[in-house]
Ligand binder design. Structure first.
Ligand code: SF4
Length: 210
């Protein structure tokens, strides 16, 4: 905590580290520095390597020499601490939803999410499976890219749109709104699978009794 009148001399009281952190946060939110930060962030969108399903092939194509997403300043990294973008590549199973959420929690702010493919936001081919989680239920999604799978050009388009949004300062730190649902989804996989198995068994018994 910093107290005092600067004309008469500064008196420092309390936790200096905390005061310095608050001052830095205050300074970063001032216009010229914030503009510079947003500009730099837009050209440093580094996705974490987390392949959830077959849309991953298109992700690989986007970063291969033909499309070369690196020229947009986007470079895939393996460690969540060094990344600020998560591309969910298609189907998200309950098991992988937990992995995606834990990885996302480890990434530093500001961080963004792009969901690729029909499976990511409607379930796609597996829409009625007991084991599918929609990305928006576990992560705050910035852009959806439709298709099965979406071509690399469409993903590049989402990346460019995200860059524009960041440069214009139109992003805010967000989280998934329905925490209750998130907690329910983070329950062990077997709970829902078990319920599904029980319903199949009871239907079979019913049919055998006819
Ligand atoms: S959208 Fe199509 S390509 Fe992508 S994960 Fe689903 S089935 Fe696979």
């Amino acid at each position: 905590m910093v107290h005092g009148d600067w004309r008469r001399g500064l008196i420092l009281v309390g936790n200096l580290e905390e005061a310095a952190e608050r001052a830095a946060r205050w300074l970063v939110e001032k216009t010229p520095i914030r503009t510079l930060r947003d500009w730099a962030t837009s050209f440093s969108l580094w996705p974490v390597h987390l392949t959830t399903s077959c849309c991953g092939a298109e992700f690989a194509a986007l970063y291969a020499p033909k499309y070369d997403a690196e020229r947009l300043g986007s470079l895939p990294f393996t460690h969540p601490r060094n990344t600020n973008l998560m591309l969910i590549e298609g189907t998200l199973t309950r098991k992988m939803a937990r992995v995606a959420r834990i990885t996302w929690e480890q990434m530093p702010w500001p961080k963004f999410v792009i969901a690729m493919g029909a499976c990511a936001f409607t379930g796609g081919l597996f829409y009625n499976s007991y084991n599918i989680v929609l990305v928006q239920d576990v992560l705050p999604v910035d852009y959806y890219v439709p298709g099965c799978p979406p071509p690399p050009e469409a993903v590049a388009d989402a990346l460019i749109k995200l860059q524009k949004k960041v440069r214009e300062g139109k992003w805010r730190p967000r989280d998934v709104e329905d925490k209750g649902k998130l907690e329910e989804l983070m329950q062990p996989v077997y709970t829902k699978a078990e319920r599904y198995r029980e319903s199949v068994v009871s239907w079979r018994r019913l049919l055998e009794g006819l």
